[in-house]
Design a protein around this ligand. Structure first.
Ligand SMILES: Nc1ncnc2c1ncn2[C@@H]1O[C@H](COP(=O)(O)OP(=O)(O)OP(=O)(O)O)[C@@H](O)[C@H]1O
Length: 272
């Protein structure tokens, strides 16, 4: 691997009340990778994302950014963090002001900032919401607005905590489309999700965190999601397509519907 954009070593974190959230996590993320972080509720995924994003100081271990520094503040404009709770990212009087905030902090010219707001509003269906106060938005609207706030300053690494939770199906497709576009343009994506069905859509590699915040697996999506024993260690089940093929006694289970259709076509059982 060339110099990783993120290099985490032996991360530990315990909350002040003593709850252990991370137990010795090592993680390297290369430029341009798409990595998912999954695990059961309470396994420390959000805590890990906040530590990777430099928002929470680990109790032990460290994170190195771009092979340059262990201080996230110095690389803040290259590192975008979308938190699980959108209220943590929306603090201006209007949605437009929130989306413009990052570019303004970085000295992006007014015209370019306006263009970014227009493009993001169009892509994330925020057009009718730009002049609203963020606290008046619905949950799914807030989620899309919070994503736009981070995308607007165009960081080259995006850390995303459940970016599609509370977002309806058509707008989830919009969110995934814009993340695909950013990835094709070279952006590194690290996406936290407890939803194994989403993983093949957002990542090529998946890191599984166990109930005690320990690393259970780290590998290609197609390998990890078809390994029921490893997933069970973390209290997770494989995606539905894998379970279906398993029930049918068929080898080489697919991790998503497109993959499943390919296999069924190959067996002469489906036509597209
Ligand atoms: N402020 C806090 N004080 C004490 N314990 C906390 C705090 N925030 C989180 N925790 C605990 O730390 C553990 C890890 O929480 P975290 O939110 O990182 O899990 P998660 O894997 O992201 O969960 P989910 O899938 O439900 O979002 C949990 O046991 C949680 O109860």
């Amino acid at each position: 691997m060339t110099t990783p954009v993120l290099r985490a070593r032996d991360l530990h974190y315990a909350y002040p009340d003593g709850t252990v959230a991370l137990s010795g996590i090592d993680l390297d993320v290369a430029a341009g990778e798409r990595v998912a972080v999954t695990g059961p509720n309470g396994s420390g995924k959000s805590t890990l994302l906040q530590v990777l994003g430099g928002l929470v100081e680990p109790s032990g271990g460290h994170v190195e950014y771009f092979g340059e520094t262990t201080t996230a503040e110095t690389v803040r404009e290259r590192l975008g963090v979308v938190l699980q709770d959108p209220d943590d990212s929306l603090f201006n009087t209007t949605v437009r002001a929130d989306i413009e905030y990052g570019p303004a902090q970085l000295g992006v010219p007014r015209e370019e900032a306006d263009r970014r707001v227009r493009v993001l509003a169009d892509a994330l269906d925020l057009d009718g919401l730009l002049d609203k106060p963020p606290h008046r938005l619905s949950g799914g609207e807030k989620k899309r607005a919070a994503l736009a706030c981070v995308l607007s300053f165009e960081p080259c690494v995006l850390l995303l905590d459940e970016p599609t939770s509370a977002v309806d199906a058509p707008r989830t497709a919009d969110v995934l489309d814009i993340l695909d576009r950013r990835h094709r343009a070279g952006t590194t994506l690290v996406t936290v999700t407890p939803d194994v069905e989403l993983i093949p859509r957002v990542a090529d590699r998946v890191v599984v965190v166990g109930p005690a915040g320990e690393l259970v697996a780290d590998g290609p999506v197609a390998d990890v999601l078809t390994d029921p024993e490893t997933l069970a260690t973390a209290g997770l089940e494989p995606p539905a397509t894998v379970r279906l093929f398993d029930r049918l006694g068929w080898d080489d289970p697919p991790v998503d519907v497109d993959d499943a259709l390919d296999r069924l076509e190959a067996k002469g059982l489906a036509r597209r």
